[in-house]
Write a protein that binds this ligand. Sequence first.
Ligand SMILES: *Cc1c(COP(=O)(O)O)cnc(C)c1O
Length: 230
Amino acid sequence: MLYENYEQVVANVKKACERSGRNFQDITIIAVSKTKPLSDVEELLSHGVMEFGENKVQEMVDKYEHVSKPVHWHLIGHLQTNKVKYIVDKACLIHSVDSVHLAKEIEKEAAKKGVVAKVLLEVNIAQEETKFGIREDEVYALIDAIKDMPHVHVMGLMTIAPFVENPEENRVYFRKMHQLSLDIKSKCIDNIDMSVLSMGMTNDYEIAVEEGATMIRVGTAIFGARNYNI
Ligand SMILES: *Cc1c(COP(=O)(O)O)cnc(C)c1O
C-alpha cells in the first residue's frame, strides 16, 4: 500500500522530468516518515526505499536506532544547537542550517566525532514571518562564515515553500531558488557545493522538479495524513 503510493510519486516525478527535459536519476525522493511508526519505514525499506526524512531529532534518533537495516536519514526540520550532538553523525544530510551559530555548533560536534557533516542552507525564499531560514540576501554571509569550517560541508540549498491551494503559485519561488543556487555555483567557492536543491513537498513536488529540485521531501502522499493528536 505505502509502496504503491511511493511508486505513484515516482511516476509523477518521471512525468515532471519528461515535461522539463530532466533526468529522473538526478532526483532523490525523500520519504518523510515524521509522526509515522517505524513499521511504515520498514515496509518501504523492504521494497528498497533508502531515503527517509524526519523533522525532530528525538524521533530520528529513535528510528535510527531501531531500524532493521541502515538507511539514509535526512534531518529536515529546524535544528536547535543543543540537539546537534545527537544527530551530527547520524543524519546523512542536515537540510536546515540557517545561522552561523548553528553551523559553529555543527562544526564543533562533527570535529569531536571525527566526521564531516553535510548540510544545506535553508532559505526562506518567500520571506514568510512564520518560517525558519535565512533571507536570500543573507546567503553569502552565511556561506562566508561556513566555507572555512573543516567539518561542515555545504551541499546546496533547501526551502519550504508557502502553503498554497494552487501549487503553481510556488513556481516563482522554486525558480528563484534555482537561480540563487546557479549564482552561488558560478562563484566556485571552495568547500561550497551547490549540487543539491531540496524543495517540493506533497502539494508542489511536481512543480519543484520542473523548476530544478534535486531532492523532494514527500510525506503525506506516501504515508497518508499525519495525526498530531496521538
Ligand atoms: C513535513 C515536512 C515535509 C513533508 O510534507 P508533506 O506535505 O506531508 O509532503 C517536507 N519538508 C519538511 C521540512 C517537513 O517538515
